[in-house]
Design a protein around this ligand. Structure first.
Ligand SMILES: [Zn+2]
Length: 334
């Protein structure tokens, strides 16, 4: 997506020096009649991203020029298109380096796979040094540890931290993976709904447009977008690579019902329960709207512990997380 920015003489704003601000999109530029050479008011939206809010039209001397969106991508030179009903202009290049960079940053972002330490700077570093050429390569990056360590600003410690945080995301639920793919029109909520409807990524990739459209709140545009994404050869080979690397492709929230007893609650299972198998207990939690996570963290609500519970129990105790046994779990289930 091509996002126009304003570049101007440096000013101090809310404690920092800035010389760039977002102009959001072409509609915004036209609506506010923002021209090259204008004097503008700038503010920090939500205290983070500076944006141009208004033009000082009285200050114009007639030399201001209207801005025209380029019809070619400034990075790869491919054609830029604006789809019907959209304000965004997008690069159509298949191998656009800018698109690849954004796809890595998005994949690693918090709502997606949540890879600690893989922000824009490191994504750029990995791409520029050709250590990765797509998101799937992240999961085989440890084979290139020697090269990784040699990169500027990296070193053994950061490299190992990065590799460990990548490794940790292999077990993520598929909603994070689906959102991470950056499928057009599919936000995190839609990805969650898909992971509740389909038992696995394979089931979703084999689904018809009609079937996908039966997902709550899904329209034809969203369903088609998902279907088209999975039919592409690029997608198929990426998914195969991710599978080979051991990235989880099964839904941990399949069959989850909205508004269940466990809505919003995250459980961690440990040890052997007297009467439920691990998968039966997981099924009950999920069907009642809860989530099952693989490890104990600050966002865990309950640890359901059976016989011979291990280190997860110690961690839960140290974090003060409520530990329940099977009987208490049955009472919660009613
Ligand atoms: Zn491009």
């Amino acid at each position: 997506m091509l996002t126009p920015q304003a570049a101007f003489d440096e000013v101090r704003l809310a404690g920092s020096k800035i010389k760039r601000a977002t102009l959001h999109n072409m509609d915004y530029i036209i609506e506010k009649d923002i021209r090259i050479g204008d004097e503008v008011y700038v503010r920090k939206a939500g205290d983070i991203i500076p944006e141009v809010v208004e033009v000082i039209k009285e200050a114009r001397d007639g030399n201001e020029r209207k801005y025209i969106m380029p019809d070619r991508c400034p990075v790869c030179g491919s054609q830029v298109v604006r789809e019907e009903g959209e304000s965004a202009y997008r690069c159509t290049g298949i191998d656009c380096p800018a698109k690849l960079f954004r796809s890595i940053v998005h994949f690693a972002s918090r709502d997606a796979m949540d890879i600690d330490g893989l922000g824009p700077a490191n994504a750029d570093l990995l791409l520029k040094n050709q250590l990765i050429s797509g998101v799937a390569d992240l999961y085989t990056l440890r084979e290139k540890r020697d090269e990784l360590i040699k990169l500027e600003r990296m070193g053994a410690k950061s490299a190992d931290n990065l590799l460990a945080s990548i490794e940790k995301t292999k077990g993520n639920n598929i909603d994070k993976l689906l959102f991470g793919f950056g499928i057009r029109h599919i936000g995190i909520r839609a990805a969650q709904l898909l992971s509740e409807k389909y038992p696995s990524v394979d089931d979703l990739s084999a689904a018809s447009i009609d079937d996908i459209q039966e997902t709550n709140d899904f329209g034809l545009v969203m369903a088609t977008s998902v279907n088209v994404f999975f039919r592409q050869q690029q997608t198929k080979s990426m998914i195969q690579k991710l599978k080979d690397a051991g990235v989880n492709m099964k839904s941990l929230t399949f069959g989850r019902k909205e508004g269940g007893k466990f809505e919003g609650l995250t459980f961690v299972l440990t040890g052997t329960l007297p009467s439920y198998s691990r998968s039966a207990a997981t099924g009950l939690i999920v069907k009642n709207g809860g989530k099952v996570a693989g490890s104990v963290s600050g966002s865990t609500d309950f640890v359901l512990a059976g016989a011979e519970a291990g280190s997860k129990l110690d961690k839960a105790e140290s974090l003060g997380i409520k530990i329940i046994n099977e009987n208490e779990f049955k009472i919660m289930l009613g």
